[in-house]
Every structure is written in C-alpha cells, then in structure tokens.
Ligand binder design. Structure first.
Ligand code: XMP
Length: 514
C-alpha cells in the first residue's frame, strides 16, 4: 500500500460493512476493509489514521463471536466502534454488556436519540433519529468513558474516551436513516483522526496514470474488453497512460443487445487512443449451442467458448508484455464472515492459461468501489450511457433466449429488447430501474392479426428494482408504458404476437430467467 492516508474498517461480519467503507470514501478518505482475523502486525504496518469496528450478528458472549486483541487499543490510533463493534470495545475494556434474553430492550429501526456534547455530535441537533439494530446493549461504559448519547431503551447509545481517542455508537451512522450520520463519520475522520481528505478521483486518475506509465514502460499491455463498465473504465485509464501500447481484445459472440458490438467498437476507436481488436464469432458460438437447451449446459458452453476464443487470440498475437483486467475493490474484499478469510474469485478476475507468461497482471481499478469507477469513467470522457449501463450477464442473450439459441431467436429478442429500451428511455423510466430487459421464452401462442390467425412467439418483459441484486422487487411500471411497449413489439417485430409482463420478485424468482 502506498503512503496515502488510510482508515481501516475492521470487519466483524455486519451487513453494512461495505457501506461504511463507501461513506468514508465519500468523505474523501481512502479506506480498506480487513477481516477481524487480520494480524495486528499488518495494521501496524499500514499505520492507519483511524480504525472503524463494524457491526456483526453476534453477542460478545458467544463462544464463536469474533474478537480482537485488546492491544489494538494501545496503539494510539483513533477507533470508532459501531453496534457490535461498540459492544466489543466496551466488553474488552471492562464495561458491562448485557446479553438480552428477551426483546423488551432490543431496538430495531428508527429510534429517537439524545446526543450530548461530544466531538462526534458537536455540529448536529441534540435530538434526532438514529438507526438501531441490536439485542444486547451496554449498560455501563468502561472506566474513563463518558456516555454521549441515550435513547429510551438504551442507556449507552454512544460513549467516548476522548483522551484515548476511542469512540463507540450503538446505532448505525452509515445508513441514511440515521439523521446526520454522515456528519458524525466526517467528524470522526477529520476532527479525531485528523485526516486531510486526499482521496479524490482527479488525484486518483493522475497518480494511477503516472504509476501505469512507470510500471508498463515501453512494453505492450492487453485487456479483454467486454463493453461493461469495469473493463471499459480500465481501458480508458490505460489508454490515457500508454496510448497505442494498449490493445483491447473484444470478443463479440453475437449474444449482445442490438447494435451493441458496433457501439463498443465505435466508442473505443473514436474516443480513445489504442489498438482495438474485434473478434466476430457468432457462428462458432451458435454452432456450439445447437440443440442445447439446459441452462447450465448453455452457460458452460458460452463460458468455455469465450475463454478459448479470447486466449487463442492472445496466444497468437499478444502473449507478451502485461495483461490488464477490470477487477474492482468489492471483487477482492476479504470477508470477515466464516472461519477463514478467503478472497473470492470473481468473473472480473480471469484465470490466465499456464502456457502464457506475462510480465505481470495490471488491475488499475482494484481499489475502487463501483460508484468510484463510474466517477473515474465520467472524468475520462466515457459516454454517460456506457458508464451507467445496467448489469448484463456474461452469457448475454444466451440466457434470455430460453431453451435452444438460434440466430433467428437472437434477432427477434434483440429487436424486442431495443424497443423496450427505447420506450423506457423516452419516458425517463429507464433510470428508475435497476435492470430491465426482454426475454424470449420460446413459447408459441395463437393470436389474430388483421383477420388472420397467427401462431407466433411470446415475448416477456422483465424489470426489477433492487439495491444489491440479492433480492429484488418487480418494478411497478405504469400500464401506459407497458401498453406502448407491447403495441410496438407486436407491430414492429416480425413473428411476435403476444407480450407478457413478469410480476415475480426475487426470491422466489431470479432476475434472469435462466
Ligand atoms: P439472478 O438471475 O441471479 O441475477 O437473480 C442477478 C444479477 O446477476 C446478473 N447475472 C450475471 N452476471 N454473469 C454475469 O456477469 C452471469 O453469468 C450472470 N447471471 C446473472 C443478472 O443480470 C443480474 O443483474
């Protein structure tokens, strides 16, 4: 890690941990999430300006609950404990945590809270709503601490030992429901940790470009471009650093949305200085998919074919120099949950075949959250619609044509999907959705057009709103919009005679149909 000022979020398994880190970064302070299993030596080496203990689902008295060595309180580094992190701080320093056996004292949701004079609360009203989610509570803070906030049920809603720079809050300042929560975090970062706030996307671009230039020197660098946000922003950054030394390889398997391949090619060849290699291989993909109906088998074929086409090209022409990929921070966060802190492998991180040996792997976005990646993309001049595009599954329309995939079915789906996107864009609804698309279920139904009977394809519309894609609501799109989409699809797309709207949430449905 270089010498930028850093705050560590010590992960005790809470659900809002990435949110805490993002809030810290929004305050222009760089921050990293580390699992509670991290050795204290590593923390000493990083020498952070501050540490935040996260919440977590446990009670400090559970045998298996995550703890940390009390030595951390002796380092002289400011610490803020949140929820479970606050209870752990109280417990380890000799305060009294009550393990609630009934629900009478537990607090969930918005809670009226009174704040006292304290550096965290100096600039906010003394009464406000905080977001609580706890069963256990602290009824007596450790020696040397004063109580700095209370609620009707919670005698110690916040506590601090200003001399030792130790702070704790029972509520969650990182969630929007806590009024002025961001100000509290900001005060901790600036007034307690004395951060200067040097984490800005302009600085990031300048420093990263300089580092990339130095690292790559006069060598070549190759990047697999998918047209998604992460690889696109990585490409733009690398282009700024090394121009034509960069080659982007774009595999167009013919399973993208209508005209998307051309759009990606035009964007990168017109706006950026680089070599752009497009491999058109729809026929190869479709021939491998011929007769295959089972969703997992289709995914596997598409994944394997993609891997082979991409690496064969690299092997043939670009197997030296550096290999770059669009890994972003959430792809490589070590989780504090479970027994071992494992780094998960992710679709952004590609396995390089053993026979190809690069000088090294370059991941210019590896420290950024998605919203930061988007901010960098905008600053580098990528088109707004590319930077803000919806997630698109790796196997593309291959999992939206249900059952066997053929060129004709892909064409029908592309046309229907393009009409849906056009109508949603025109009425401003596109931006309100987390994701929407058309599906071709491969079902034929009877209809009547003019005076004639038809027997043609059914198109389904899927649209969801969600924060994290783990759960999702079906979107309540107004009937008039759905009506227009349906009319246009049936009138304009040959071989479609019926349109339906999917009103299934996740769970029990998934977002994609396959
Ligand atoms: P599901 O269908 O699992 O989708 O509810 C959740 C989100 O993940 C996307 N998705 C994929 N993304 N490769 C990807 O890169 C895939 O194989 C894949 N499958 C689903 C989906 O579009 C949604 O945003």
């Amino acid at each position: 890690m270089d010498n930028k000022e850093t705050v560590i979020v010590l992960d005790f398994g809470g659900q809002y941990n990435q949110l805490i880190a993002r809030r810290v970064r929004e305050c222009n302070v760089y921050c990293e999430i580390l699992p509670y299993t991290v050795d204290i030596q590593r923390i000493k080496e990083i020498a952070p300006k501050g540490i935040i203990f996260t919440g977590g689902p446990n009670s400090v008295y559970d045998k298996k609950s995550p703890h940390y060595t009390p030595e951390i309180f002796e380092l002289g580094i400011p610490i803020l404990g949140i929820c479970y992190g606050c209870q752990l701080m109280a417990y380890l320093l000799g305060g009294n945590v009550i393990s609630a056996t009934d629900n009478s004292v537990s607090e969930y949701g918005k809670t009226e809270t009174s704040y006292k004079d304290d550096v965290l609360f100096n600039d906010i009203p003394k009464e406000g709503i905080s977001w609580m989610s706890h069963r256990d509570y602290i009824n007596e803070p450790p020696k040397g601490f004063k109580i700095t906030a209370t609620t009707a049920n919670c005698p110690v809603a916040a506590m601090s030992d200003a001399d030792k720079k130790l702070y704790g809050v029972q509520f969650h300042p990182e969630v929007n429901h806590t009024e002025n929560g961001k100000d509290m975090l900001k005060s901790f970062l600036y007034n307690v940790c004395e951060c200067k706030g040097d984490w800005k996307m302009d600085n990031f671009i300048d420093t990263t470009v300089a580092q990339l230039k130095e690292e790559i020197g006069d060598k070549g660098v190759v990047l697999g471009l998918s047209g998604g946000v992460d690889s696109s922003v990585a490409a733009a950054l690398l282009s700024k650093a090394v121009g034509k030394q960069l080659t982007c390889v774009f595999v167009d398997q013919g399973l993208m949305r209508k005209d998307e391949g051309d759009y990606v090619e035009q964007t990168f060849t017109k706006l950026f200085d680089m070599n752009f290699v497009r491999i058109n291989c729809q026929e190869e993909f479709l021939s491998k998919l011929k007769g295959v109906e089972e969703p997992e088998a289709k995914r596997k074929i598409i994944g394997t074919e993609f891997y082979n086409v991409f690496w064969n090209k690299i092997r043939e022409s670009y197997g030296t120099g550096y290999f770059a990929q669009g890994t972003i921070y959430p792809d490589r966060i070590e989780s504090g949950k479970g027994d071992a802190a494992k780094i998960k492998t992710h679709h952004n991180q590609v396995g390089v075949p053993a026979d190809i040996t690069f000088e090294g792997i370059i991941e210019p976005l590896k420290d950024l959250f998605k919203d930061e990646v988007r901010a960098v993309g905008e600053k580098l001049g990528l088109p707004h619609e590319l930077v803000w595009r919806q997630p698109f599954p790796g196997p593309g329309l291959g999992v939206r044509v249900i059952g066997e995939v053929t060129a004709e079915k892909v064409r029908i789906l592309q046309e229907a999907d393009a009409i849906l996107r056009d109508e949603m864009d025109k009425c401003g609804y596109a931006e309100k959705m987390s994701q929407f698309f058309a599906v071709l279920p491969g079902v034929k139904t009877v209809g009547v057009m003019g005076d004639a009977r038809t027997y043609d394809e059914l198109v389904a519309i899927r649209a969801v709103t969600t924060d994290d894609f783990m759960t999702a609501d079906w979107a309540k799109i107004p009937y008039e919009i759905l009506g227009r989409v349906s009319n246009r699809i049936i009138n304009e797309v040959e071989h479609v005679n019926r349109v339906v709207y999917d009103i299934t949430s996740k769970p029990p449905g998934t977002v994609e149909w396959e």
